[in-house]
Design a protein around this ligand. Structure first.
Ligand code: AMP
Ligand code: GLY
Length: 404
């Protein structure tokens, strides 16, 4: 919203449903993201020119073709293309067919067959629910007891109805988030980042949606970049094309890098969160022009220009996340923080505004971003800001970027 609002070609931004932060930038519209019909009616009655779909659920449910069928211009991948995120098994089968490097895997349709397989496996091992699970449907099990519990929870429906689970080899290495943007005809690289998925410092504890990120990833170099494109990105786009699917939107490859070789862990069909907050402030051209060039299918003639500075983001979370946490805890001190808006930002996630007061409304609440000439300075400055805020229900990782 911040990036779009800066564009001289954008008159007004609406945000569905929005939060306390977007309330200052855009007009928040309280509609349910599953109610495509109401969303379509809202677009038509307000003569809105362009829909930009952020989260994965409506993409996977087919909002792109729904709105396009009503002559609304949309940026985002369609339902078939969104299977890359919506079904891990779809992606794994694509990997198999096109020799895309990824963890070895098996697909299991019931509790007993999964347990029989696990009895002959080595640990740690990775167990995943097939569908969307907000980054939480993944277990890294150290022994048979943990693995049994994981399989049971998934088949018991903890992440929604599941007919199949995936059991895969544990990949050792360093993670990297790798982005491209595509108009269906050509694509452009859209920077790298390293997310920090585990809830505690030193990458301990449960997986989350992401506790912080920095960009660019320390791992990227020309040689590795070339391998990612040739072995992962291009075969994926080719595979989709052979299924009659063109990919339009952001594509995020979650990679594991081991001995300078990339392995695909997963795809997301959107910018990541908190990677989006970390990467977009470095874009030196108008984001709307980028999106427009995709809609017009002339992305190949656009020159993306990026700041060479280091960007870092720390996520302030609700105590207890990713398990149980309290909502609606007031965040009182926010307007007193000095934020430049040039190389410092606070982007809201799970917040809401009621009678002019800001309250938490989710596990990940605020993203603190700083861009500077080095990651350590960025992080120090952010930690100071979070301490100044002094929100009683908050916690955060103080070690984002520790591998650099
Ligand atoms: P996913 O939702 O598939 O991205 O998995 C969430 C997180 O679990 C990843 O970002 C990794 O940190 C971890 N993970 C998933 N699959 C594997 C694997 N095969 N080996 C090691 N770690 C994994
Ligand atoms: N940061 C990981 C994600 O957005 O899925």
């Amino acid at each position: 919203c911040v990036a779009l609002k800066r564009s001289s070609n954008v008159n007004e931004v609406f945000c569905i449903p929005g939060n306390a932060g977007t309330n200052n930038i855009a007009k928040n519209i309280n509609l349910n993201l599953s109610d495509f019909e109401k969303i379509k009616d809202f677009f038509i009655s307000n003569e809105i020119d362009l829909a930009l779909i952020g989260p994965e659920k409506p993409l996977v449910d087919g909002i792109v073709e729904y709105l396009e069928n009503h002559n609304i211009k949309v940026f985002g991948p369609n339902k078939k293309a969104s299977q890359l995120e919506g079904s891990k098994i779809f992606t794994k089968n694509l990997c198999k067919k096109y020799n895309i490097p990824t963890a070895k895997f098996g697909i299991f349709k019931n509790f007993q067959s999964a347990i029989d397989f696990l009895k002959n496996s080595t640990f740690p091992i990775v167990i995943k629910a097939d569908g969307l699970a907000s980054g939480k449907g993944v277990y890294i099990s150290e022994n048979m007891e943990e693995a049994t519990q994981a399989v049971k929870e998934i088949f018991d429906g903890k992440f929604g109805e599941t007919e199949q689970i995936l059991i895969e080899e544990f990949l050792d290495g360093d993670e990297m988030s790798y982005f491209i943007i595509s108009d269906g005809k050509s694509y452009k690289k859209f920077q790298t980042a390293q997310d920090h998925k585990r809830v505690f410092e030193g990458d301990m504890g449960k997986n989350t949606g992401g506790m912080g990120a920095y960009s660019p990833s320390k791992l990227i170099n020309d040689n590795l970049d070339d391998k990612i494109i040739k072995k992962i990105i291009e075969p994926t786009l080719k595979g989709l094309k052979e299924l009659g699917v063109s990919y339009e939107g952001f594509l995020y490859a979650g990679l594991m890098i081991h001995n300078d070789e990339p392995y695909l862990i997963e795809y997301n069909v959107r910018m990541g969160d908190p990677e989006c907050q970390t990467i977009l402030p470095k874009l030196k051209i108008d984001l709307f022009d980028v999106i427009k060039s995709c809609i017009d299918k002339n992305l190949d003639s656009l020159n993306l220009d990026w700041s060479s500075d280091k960007s870092l983001c720390v996520v302030l979370c609700s105590k207890g996340y990713p398990d149980k946490f309290d909502n609606e805890i007031e965040i009182s001190n926010l307007e007193n923080l000095q934020i430049s808006g040039n190389n410092e930002f606070i982007f809201h996630a799970g917040t809401k505004i009621v009678d002019g007061k800001i309250y938490s409304n989710g596990g990940r609440v605020l993203n603190f971003i700083k861009i500077s000439e080095n990651f350590k300075n960025s992080r120090d400055s952010i930690i100071k800001k979070i301490n100044d805020l002094n929100w009683s229900n908050g916690f955060f990782r103080k070690d984002i970027g520790y591998k650099v």
